[in-house]
Write a new protein. Sequence first.
Length: 371
Amino acid sequence: MVLFQRSRSSPMHLDVSYGNDDVENGGLQRSKKSKNGNKYSSSSSRKSSRSSMNYSSSDKKGSFCSKLLRTVQYLILGLIFVQCIKSHKNVQRINMELASLQIEYESTNSHLVDLEQELDSAHEDFHKLQMTLLVGQSNKHTYPAGLSEEGRKEVTDKIIQKQEHQVDRIAQLQKSIQKNYEVELTRKFGPGPYHVEFQLNVHGNKKFLTIETAPNNLMPHSVYFFMEMIERGVWDKTIFVHNAEHIISAALVGHDEEDKSHLVEERLAFNEYSHEFEHEEFSLGFADTGPEFYFNIRDNAAIHGPSGKDDADPCFAKVIIGGETMQLLKEISLDAVDKDKASEKVMVSYIEKAVIIKLPKDRVQKLKKLQ
């Protein structure tokens, strides 16, 4: 009886129903958790897939960059290789041109020497003929050589023609030499004129002066000879000789009295000269065909030019900076020549160094206007 009554009044039904709700709630919670877990797992899987995709994309980018870098490097190496080949070919071409110029110069110089010898021989023949004719002047019609007056004139005219032809031929050869040196001068040192700075030691004091060479088209042979010596440092540590009142000579002697003449074995092929560049005060000239040169400390065009000697000294440069230094050197030379003013104390001056420099064109123009 009691058992039947419990079915109505006992909370058993409620307990059972509540138990079912808990189960259902627990299942829901577990399903929510599993859904949340699935969400988390799916998001983490998505994140991992994204990260793997990022890694793969970054790997691809890295490999692409490395390939691109290698390609650029190969291209650069290829360009360098091509440039090296071009440079090598240019060097070979220049060497061939230099060899050709050297052969042409030697050939021209050899012809020039031969013609000068022929000219000297013609001078001797002409002199002998003159002597023969002078001896035979006692006879109006015949001469010891068996020549009549008409025959003498004919022989004389032939000798003069021969001399004139040889002189013309020598002039042509000299122009050919000048043209070759003008081309080589521009190729090696660029367009002229050029500037050389002398660093001097004058009785223990440091002084400076700057010279400008003659235009390349006027004195190419002399300028090339001088510039080549400066480039090789031939005149570094050499002395000035103060023993004349019109020039200051540069000698190939060291300030320690060392003989430096062996440094230059070449000479000019001929006495190059231009009336557009004469021996004015503070200009530079070669002593005959060099290599020694001098500074003119007065206007020496009359004695060093064509009117003063058979073969004029080449004048190839002028001082454009350092007038005060030149005046000081001039005073030393004049005092050395004047015995009354000369002191027992020897005045020494020498070239510490001579270097090729580049001066702005506007500055050079201003300096020339001040002169």
